[in-house]
Design a protein around this ligand. Structure first.
Ligand code: KG4
Ligand code: ZN
Length: 338
């Protein structure tokens, strides 16, 4: 099977071609046109600007991904239909529909969060079908603990009550005068800082649920920096202490959930999964405390938004002939996976 994946839910225009042959996954192409340079000027994504950028880059991006691939060899076009910014989603969805109509290739609507989850299948040591898995999804818009009982069967066991983890990274980066997106900036500065320097709270750590809250942590950082002239060292220390607080809460709650639900695997997903401290801490705790549990995390390039993960998710639907009728494919900014 050959699947064309298309992703335009936020600020990356991406297209990829995935070939699945006798259970082997091969990425034939993967193109990401990043808008970071454009949004750096405004310190965040302006939806209207993002959508215009997608309009300019979508066709060249798809064309590049299709080099050496005949449209007639495609078995499906998978496209992110939500959640995300509506005007950004529309560009990918309407382009996918036009190509599907012209080439007579069936469509698969893909949920962006399901795409993040399936990024784990792009790695050599991908999950086998020994469910259930626990997935920690941490992105700019989501922070969720999801139980995956089978392909396409999800239950949410916890989520954030306010800001998403990535959102907290981005907002704290702004408070510290760092660039956009905030996550990579904070983790860079944190490498040179002392994670014990500031005793930030660990929100909801002692509550016996699997929910999160990060807005109080952001406020704690605000109090820490308010009316202060920050030195480079001060910024590094706050970045390191903040990052440690977020990682402590995410990892501890994930470990508790994995133990309670006796899962066979723990998977990490979403843009914040590119964070090295989170990756190292969760991997090491699962390996030492739950040695019989499978653990996976996508390489950083597949953690942040990309079309390769959308193509994988689309494959699992196309494989079961779960196609989306042309007229039913609509962008849905608030589409909840569970
Ligand atoms: O999944 P993603 O690319 O887009 C959404 O679906 O939201 O996630 C983007 C988020 C941003 O908030 C960004 O700051 C965060 O992921 N992020 C990171 C790192 N790289 C990206 N957060 C912490 N550490 C990183 N290294
Ligand atoms: Zn995403």
């Amino acid at each position: 099977m050959n699947i064309l994946g298309i992703e335009t839910s936020c600020d990356e225009t991406s297209a990829a071609v995935l070939e699945v042959k006798r259970g082997r996954f091969m990425l034939r192409s993967h193109v990401v046109a990043s808008q970071v340079a454009v949004h750096t000027k405004t310190g965040g994504v302006v939806p209207e600007v993002a959508a215009r950028e997608h309009m300019v880059t979508i066709l060249p991006t798809i064309q590049k991904a299709l080099e050496g691939v005949k449209p007639s060899s495609l078995d499906a076009i998978g496209v992110t239909a939500g959640p995300g910014l509506l005007t950004s989603l529309l560009v990918g969805v309407e382009t996918a529909k036009a190509l599907s109509y012209a080439w007579r290739v069936p469509l698969v609507r893909v949920n962006h969060i399901e795409g993040h989850i399936y990024a784990n299948w792009l790695e050599e040591s991908r999950p086998t079908d020994s469910f259930p898995f626990l997935i920690l999804v941490v992105s700019g818009g989501h922070t969720e603990l999801i139980l995956m009982k089978d392909h396409g069967r999800y239950t949410k066991i916890g989520g954030t009550q306010d800001d998403a983890a990535g959102e907290a990274f981005d907002k704290v980066a702004k408070l510290l005068g760092l660039g956009y997106p905030g996550g990579p900036e904070i983790s860079k500065r944190a490498e040179r800082g002392d994670a014990q320097a500031v005793a930030f709270p660990r929100p909801m750590l002692n509550q016996k649920n699997f929910d999160f809250s990060f807005s109080g942590l952001k406020t704690a950082v605000l109090y820490e920096v308010r009316d202060k002239k920050l030195t480079t060292r001060g910024v590094n220390d706050i970045a390191a202490s903040f990052q440690q607080a977020v990682v402590d809460v995410l990892v501890e709650k994930t470990m508790r959930a994995a133990t309670k639900y006796k899962v066979k695997g723990v998977l990490l997903s979403g843009g914040v999964a590119a964070n090295q401290l989170l990756r190292n801490t969760l991997a090491s705790r699962v390996h030492t405390e739950l040695p019989d549990t499978f653990y996976a995390q996508p390489r950083p390039a597949y953690c942040t938004d990309n079309a390769a993960m959308i193509a994988v998710a689309a494959y699992f639907h196309a494989h079961k002939k779960h196609f989306t009728p042309f007229a039913k494919l609509k962008a849905d900014a608030n589409w909840e996976l569970v």
